[in-house]
Design a protein around this ligand. Structure first.
Ligand SMILES: Cc1cc2nc3c(=O)[nH]c(=O)nc-3n(C[C@H](O)[C@H](O)[C@H](O)COP(=O)(O)OP(=O)(O)OC[C@H]3O[C@@H](n4cnc5c(N)ncnc54)[C@H](O)[C@@H]3O)c2cc1C
Length: 347
């Protein structure tokens, strides 16, 4: 082995070309680290997601070098809550959230990664049994057979919104509506799994909403125009209460899944990538071992996400119970809901 090969920068493989994987790929390429991203699907593609990014710091995007991806994104601050068919409260977010579809966002990040010299292998599902040094797992939510949740989403037009984000709390369900690009409104809900939650298209979506006590919203959805190919569903996932120690290096949802009402899962994917960046560069440049890099990243992730995961896990059941929703409504109308502290706990 000659001196050149022993000093060469080590390549990094990233499994999963979603937000965490692509953002990390861009940032590593900016540091001249050779990177390959393996992605099971292709771009552009619709994904089940509220497409409402809350609590994403500008410094995180700058550290990753992806701030320009959001230059023309919508900014949302107003939230209107409904419980069943009742108007519950209007609230302002302490900081604006970003509105952009995953259809646009993931494709922009993928093009940015390739433009920085990254190697992107699409339609390639990596076997999850194969792990090795230099491989980072950003493959999204871990699959769980016994999951109580189903997520549904579609882009619609020709309905009006009461505020930037409408959040509808139902029986064992909640649904968010907010604008993304080109006049489309993203409708995305989390539903407790029950019989009759099947099918796709507007009729199935409306039926699911009615079954969750959201009749008025169901009527609006029935009258809306659906965007071709945007209706999608996902199941087989659970939410985490903390960052567990795992045998492999995982970022984004692979590291920990936060309930979607926080609107913070995407920000966590970017933040995790930014936290992992320096230790991964140190490993690629042969300054530390893989186990040192993994250990350091695990501690950074655990410290950063511990409180918000615990807080979100504690609050989540309240949003799904009708009785708790009525209490929330009373507190919100009396301006007794500590919105700012709650926001800071969850973001
Ligand atoms: C119903 C619902 C609503 C949500 N709403 C919001 C919201 O409004 N705001 C918010 O911030 N977050 C929301 N989230 C959460 C958010 O979608 C995730 O936190 C975010 O997508 C995580 O990004 P990621 O990069 O970790 O994973 P993903 O974006 O899921 O990317 C993972 C990628 O890995 C690929 N992949 C998987 N396995 C393999 C393999 N073996 N080999 C190769 N590739 C593989 C997948 O194809 C995918 O492209 C919501 C989630 C749900 C379920």
């Amino acid at each position: 082995m000659n001196a050149a090969s022993t000093n060469a920068v080590r390549p990094i493989e990233i499994v999963g070309g979603g937000l965490a994987g692509l953002a990390l790929g861009v940032a590593l390429r900016r540091a001249d680290v050779p990177v390959t991203v393996f992605e099971a699907g292709d771009y552009p593609r619709h994904r089940v997601c509220g497409e409402f990014i809350a609590g994403l710091a500008d410094e995180t995007l700058a550290r990753l070098g992806v701030e320009s991806v959001f230059e023309d994104a919508l900014r949302h601050t107003g939230v209107r809550w409904f419980s069943g068919d009742r108007d519950l409260a209007a609230l302002r977010l302490p900081a604006p959230a970003i509105g952009m579809s995953r259809f646009v966002l993931d494709e922009r990040l993928a093009s940015r990664f390739v433009a920085h010299g990254g190697s992107l292998v699409t339609r390639h599902r990596m076997a999850t049994s194969e792990d090795r040094e230099g491989r980072v797992w950003t493959a999204g939510r871990r699959r769980v057979v016994e999951s109580p949740w189903v997520g549904l989403k579609a882009h619609v037009r020709e309905i009006s919104l009461a505020d930037d984000l409408e959040l509808h709390l139902g029986a064992g369900a909640y649904v968010g509506l907010s604008r993304v690009e080109d006049g489309w409104i993203n409708v995305c809900g989390l539903f407790r799994r029950r019989a009759g939650l099947a099918g796709d298209g507007s009729a199935a979506f409306a039926r699911t909403l009615r079954g969750s006590g959201l009749g008025a919203l169901a009527e609006r959805i029935e009258r809306a125009n659906f965007r071709d190919g945007s209706a999608s569903a996902v199941a087989g996932f659970v939410f985490d209460r903390g960052v567990a120690r795992r045998d492999r290096l995982g970022l984004g949802d692979t590291c920990a899944v936060v309930p979607p009402f926080t609107g913070n899962g995407m920000a966590m994917a970017f933040t995790g990538a930014a936290l992992a960046l320096e230790p991964l560069i140190d490993w690629a440049k042969r300054r530390i071992s893989w186990s040192e890099a993994s250990e350091c990243i695990h501690e950074l992730l655990r410290d950063e996400f511990r409180l918000r995961l615990r807080g979100a896990a504690w609050l989540h059941p309240f949003l799904l119970s009708r009785r708790a929703q009525s209490c929330l409504g009373v507190l919100a109308r009396a301006r007794l809901l500590p919105m700012k502290p709650l926001y800071h706990l969850l973001h």
